[in-house]
Design a protein around this ligand. Sequence first.
Ligand SMILES: *[C@@H]1O[C@H](CO)[C@@H](O)[C@H](O)[C@H]1NC(C)=O
Ligand SMILES: *[C@@H]1O[C@H](CO)[C@@H](O)[C@H](O)[C@H]1NC(C)=O
Length: 397
Amino acid sequence: MAGASSFLLAFHFLLIFSQYSTLAAIANYNVQNFGAKPDGKTDSTKAFLSAWSSACASTQPANIYVPPGRYFLSAATFAGQSCKNPAIIIRIDGTLVAPSDYNVNGNSGNWIDFQRVTGVSVIGGNLDGQGIQFWACKNSGKKCPQGATTLAFYNSNNIMINGLSSINSQKFHILVDGCQNANLVGIKVSAPGNSPTTDGIHIEKSMGVTIMNSNIGTGDDCVSIGPGTSNVWIENVACGPGHGISIGSLGWVLQEPGVQNVTVTSSSFTGTQNGVRVKTWARPSNGFVRHIIFQHLVMVNVQNPIIIDQNYCPFDQTCPNQASGVKISDITYQDIHGSSATEIAVKLVCSKQNPCNGITMEDVNLTYKNGPAQSSCINAYGKSFGLVQPNSCLRRR
Ligand SMILES: *[C@@H]1O[C@H](CO)[C@@H](O)[C@H](O)[C@H]1NC(C)=O
Ligand SMILES: *[C@@H]1O[C@H](CO)[C@@H](O)[C@H](O)[C@H]1NC(C)=O
C-alpha cells in the first residue's frame, strides 16, 4: 500500500517536473501581445515581425502563437540571417489575410516569405491570398504586376509546414526555393481551376522535400518541380482541379542544374489537365531529369494522364532548333490506372536530339470512354512489364 502510494507520488512529481521543465524551456510569443489585432483590417505586419525578432533573439526553443481571428498582413519578410534560434514553431489558429489590392504586394514577388531560416515550423493556419482581382487583371490582358506568392521559403533548412490551408493566392501558393530538408504535411490548397499561375507547391534548387497527405485544387500545377531539385518524396496527394504534378518546365537556359530522385506515390488526379508530366523547353540546355518513379496512381478523367513533352515552346518564344537539350532517363511508371479524358492517355514526346532512355511501364491500365485508350511515342526508349494498356509504344534499344 505504502509502496504503491509513494510510487504514485514519485510519478506525480515526475509529471510536474517534466511539465515545469517543458514550460521553462519554451519561450512563448503571442502576436496579440505585440499589437496584432484579429479584426481583419488593422495591419498586423509589424506585430508579427516584432514577435519574430523576439523569438529569434532567444536561444531557447520558441513558440510564436497566432490566436483565432483574422489578421491583415500587407507583406512580411521573416529574415533568419541574425536569428539565434534554431527551433521556432509558429502556431497559427487564425487566418492571415492579404491585401485585395494587388498593387500593395504584387510587385514584391511574395506576400509572406522566410529567408535563410533554420528549424522553422509553421503549424496550422489559413492563408487567404485574396488573388481574385489580380487574376482578373491577368485575364484582361492589361499590364499587371508580377503577382505575389503566398508563402515562400528561400535558402532555408529543416522546415516543417503542417496542417496549413492556403486559398486564392495571387501566384504560387507555396514556394520552396534553395532549401534543404523541408517537410510539408497535411497541406490544403484551394483556388479556382481557371485561376492563372496559382501552382499549389513549387519546388526548385532544393534537396530533400517531402509532401504528404495533402489536398490540392488550383488553376495551375498541383506540384511543380523546377531545376536543381533532388530527393523529393510526394505521397498521398489528391490533385484536382489543376495541371497535375509536373517536373518542369526545365531547359529554358543553357546551363541548368538537373532534377533527380523524385518519387510520386499513392496519389490521385481528378479532372486535371495532366496526371504526371515532364515538360522541357525545346531549347539547348545541359539539364537532365533522371531516377524518377511515378507509382500507385489513380487517374479520374484526366486529359493527359502520362505525359512527357520536350517540345514546349508556346507564344513563339525562341526555340532555334525546336529540340530540347534536357536528357531524360530512368523514369518508371508503375501501377497507374483509371480514365483518360482524351483518346491519347500516354504521350511521350521526347527530344529528337536527346531521346528519352530507360523508360519503364509496368501495370498501367488507362481507359478512354470505358474503352481502350491510345499511346503515342516519339524518340522514347524503354521496356514494359505486366499489363500495359494502352499498349506500350516504347522502342527497345
Ligand atoms: C532519394 O530520395 C529519398 C527521399 O525521397 C532519399 O531517402 C534517398 O536517400 C534518395 N536516394 C539517393 C540515392 O540519394
Ligand atoms: C482495365 O481497367 C478497366 C476499368 O477499370 C477494367 O474494366 C479492365 O478490366 C482493366 N483491364 C484489365 C486487363 O485488367
